[in-house]
Design a protein around this ligand. Structure first.
Ligand code: NAI
Length: 445
């Protein structure tokens, strides 16, 4: 890669972000806080924008409210006026949803780029003579996770629909934040990846965006690449993380069958620096809006390139995840004497992981579905309801809960967060995933 011109003056204009969701909202709040630049986040969804402008933000993230309070109305704005915000900003982030396509070619695998193309068309419509430009062009930044080569398609839509003489530079700047730790991730990112064209204008655009992040991210963590590498890196990062979860979940079943303990195994292998300790916690399966959709997208890319074996390899990560969700539901039914018909079952936690209110693709959906199919009476509690209700489930008064329950009183700890010995001493029958079977299972199936 050609040396980027770091001597270029930093970007000082306005910033716009299309899409006020889990990524657009927190990311732009952080950009506003750290740079002091004027940032406007726009969305077609008025309800969502109203919520961003209210005391009850549309998403829960630890620390988010404080960041928004410090910046909103000063240099951070939320609006439904897409055109005005696009017109006034020379850097426009696109952070719209890119779900799995549910129709036509690539159904169930490819990314649905409808929202993304809608955003591209809004940008070209709003780019009229007199619109804000940087060095004669607008910089459009892909924040959404998209298939490889989407930037080329974006450039085509933009360039063919804007006034003569206006030029665009499309950059890929995938977001690596994780829900639940978004503010910490944004405050100290492991890396900021910026992909762009290697032309003179492309390099100037890369450097303009890098100068925004350089307000708080050390330069050595701002990694520059060509646009296709940046686009692919995001899909691959999520595929690797999900693969680790499926690997440890696969082994949790073996642990149960052999009397080994998955936490002991994870700790033993995680101390190997080549493996590392993170993402080795077994659970009822990964969820969230990204992992499954991004792997399916990767699978589709491989299939489109004729790489059948590579596609099959990554597909297995999802198959294992589905298997884990199914088998946790079955474990519950089997353990409770093969019938949960009419039994009252409390489900603690419905979001796809801790510290988020996001329930998209949560394994709890499948597990509750299994229990409802078996005619159980399911009651769900999740701290997403309001922030001040955030508990940790391990601190509940389990003795009191035990006293009110039918006996035998069962607990199925899908995250292995409870103190199993203590709960057993109270009298519970407790089964964790990947733990030696402690319950006598009566199952005919
Ligand atoms: P989201 O669904 O929470 O938010 C997307 C927003 O874009 C919605 O509010 C929608 O109304 C708006 N929108 C759609 N089309 C629009 C248009 N043409 N004009 C204006 N607004 C429009 O999605 P989320 O979770 O923020 O994800 C956005 C992208 O970031 C996706 O590609 C996702 O894969 C990626 N991503 C998500 C992460 C996450 O943790 N949620 C992490 C990293 C990347």
């Amino acid at each position: 890669m050609r040396e980027v011109e770091e001597n270029q003056p930093p970007y000082t204009g306005k910033i716009c972000c299309i899409g006020a969701g889990y990524v657009g909202g927190p990311t732009m709040a952080m950009v506003a806080l750290k740079t002091g630049l004027t940032v406007t986040v726009v969305d077609l969804n008025k309800q969502r924008i109203d919520a961003w402008n209210s005391d009850r933000l549309p998403i829960y993230e630890p620390g988010l409210e404080e960041v928004v309070k410090q910046t909103r109305g000063k240099n951070l704005f939320f609006s439904t006026d897409v055109e005005a915000a696009v017109r006034d900003a020379a850097i426009i982030f696109v952070s719209v949803n890119t779900p799995t396509k549910e129709y036509g070619f690539g159904k169930g695998r490819a990314a649905d780029l409808t929202y993304w193309e809608g955003a591209a068309r809004s940008i070209s419509k709003a780019t009229v003579p007199g619109s804000a430009l940087f060095q004669g062009f607008k910089i459009v930044v892909e924040k959404s996770t998209v298939p490889v080569s989407t930037a080329d398609a974006m450039t085509c839509v933009l360039q063919e629909n804007c006034p003569a003489g206006v030029h665009f530079q499309v950059l890929s700047n995938p977001e690596f934040l994780a829900e639940g730790t978004a503010i910490a991730d944004l405050t100290q990112p492991d890396r900021v990846l910026i992909g762009g064209s290697m032309s003179k204008e492309g390099i100037m655009a890369i450097e303009a965006l890098a100068s925004v992040y350089a307000h708080w991210v050390p330069r050595e963590r701002i990694v520059k690449s060509n646009v296709w590498s940046a686009e692919l890196s995001k899909l691959v990062a999520n595929a690797f993380l999900a693969q680790r979860i499926s690997s440890v979940n696969a082994l949790s079943e073996l642990c149960e069958a052999t009397g080994a303990d998955i936490d002991h195994v994870a700790s033993a292998i995680g101390s190997d620096p080549g493996i590392g300790p993170k993402f080795l916690k077994c659970g009822p399966g990964f969820g969230g809006s990204c992992f499954q959709k991004d792997i399916l997208n990767l699978v589709y890319l491989c299939q489109s390139a004729g790489l059948t074996d590579v596609a099959e390899y990554w597909l297995q990560v999802i198959r294992m995840n589905d298997h884990q969700k199914r088998r946790f539901g079955k474990l519950i039914v089997d353990t409770m004497f093969n019938t949960i018909n009419d039994k009252k079952i409390a489900v603690l936690g419905f979001a796809f992981k801790a510290d988020t209110g996001d329930t998209r693709e949560s394994p709890a959906i499948d597990i509750c579905g299994t229990m409802l199919n078996e005619n159980a009476k399911v009651t769900v509690f999740d701290p997403e309801v309001t922030e001040d209700q955030v508990l940790q489930f391990r601190d509940l008064d389990y003795r009191r809960i035990f006293d009110t329950m039918c006996k035998p009183a069962f607990i199925f700890d899908g995250r292995n967060i409870l103190d199993h010995d203590q709960l057993q001493s109270i009298g519970f029958r407790i089964q964790g995933l990947g733990k030696p079977k402690t319950l006598e299972i009566v199952s005919g199936s």
